[in-house]
Design a protein. Structure first.
Length: 209
């Protein structure tokens, strides 16, 4: 994770709002980028760690419409709606579509900063989970076809001799496969392998094999 301050992207058609909110955020230590419209942000979609403060009612694409467009682009930054035109149906739809929060405008400084802090914390947690999951997938892809077979049966609690019988091989061969599997995943216990299988959604229900 980068040590640079997160970038908060303010999307609002009112210059006075952009200026006031940017001042608060910069004073709190954040980097800030401002956009007068949804299309302005779409010209250079942000990728760095941060979040978006998004107005609801704007000329052209409105806030919820921008949220929908970004949602189709594999966009991962959290969105916080800041609006003077908020209503319950709009806020419910925004939250269901993945928005982090929905705040009235102008939002008190502490409320705004708390919402941004929560959004960034959740983003970091999600990012770390995804990085770990990608690492596990790479390890799994490094297994040979036979090792994948042993792995799939092993994490369902079978003993070496049971795996050997099921695969029509020797217990010694299964032990060798098991050792290489644990080396490739960089783990030392069966419990860790089971946890990895759960993360990869590979632990079958009893009787499904």
């Amino acid at each position: 994770m980068s040590s640079d301050p997160p970038v908060i992207h303010i999307v609002d058609d009112e210059k006075s709002v952009r200026t006031a909110v940017a001042r608060v955020l910069r004073a709190a230590g954040y980097q800030v980028s401002v956009y007068e419209s949804a299309n302005h942000l779409l010209e250079n979609v942000p990728k760095e760690r941060g979040c978006i403060l998004l107005d609801v009612q704007m000329p052209g694409l409105n806030g919820p419409q921008l949220q929908e467009v970004l949602g189709k682009m594999d966009f991962s930054l959290p969105i916080i709606f800041l609006t003077g035109h908020g209503d319950i149906p709009t806020s419910v739809c925004a939250i269901k579509a993945g928005a982090e929060d929905f705040l009235p405008k102008p939002a008190p400084k502490n409320v705004l900063l708390d919402a941004i802090g929560r959004a960034l914390k959740r983003y970091d947690e999600t990012h770390e989970r995804n990085v770990r999951l990608n690492e596990l997938r790479e390890c799994f892809n490094a297994l040979t076809p036979r090792e994948r077979e042993v792995f799939a049966i092993l994490v369902r609690g079978r003993l070496n001799k049971q795996i050997a019988y099921e695969l029509g091989t020797s217990e010694r061969t299964v032990k060798a496969h098991r050792q290489r599997i644990m080396q490739k995943f960089k783990v030392k216990s069966l419990a860790e392998l089971v946890s990895i299988a759960e993360h990869l959604d590979m632990v079958a229900e009893p009787g499904s094999h």
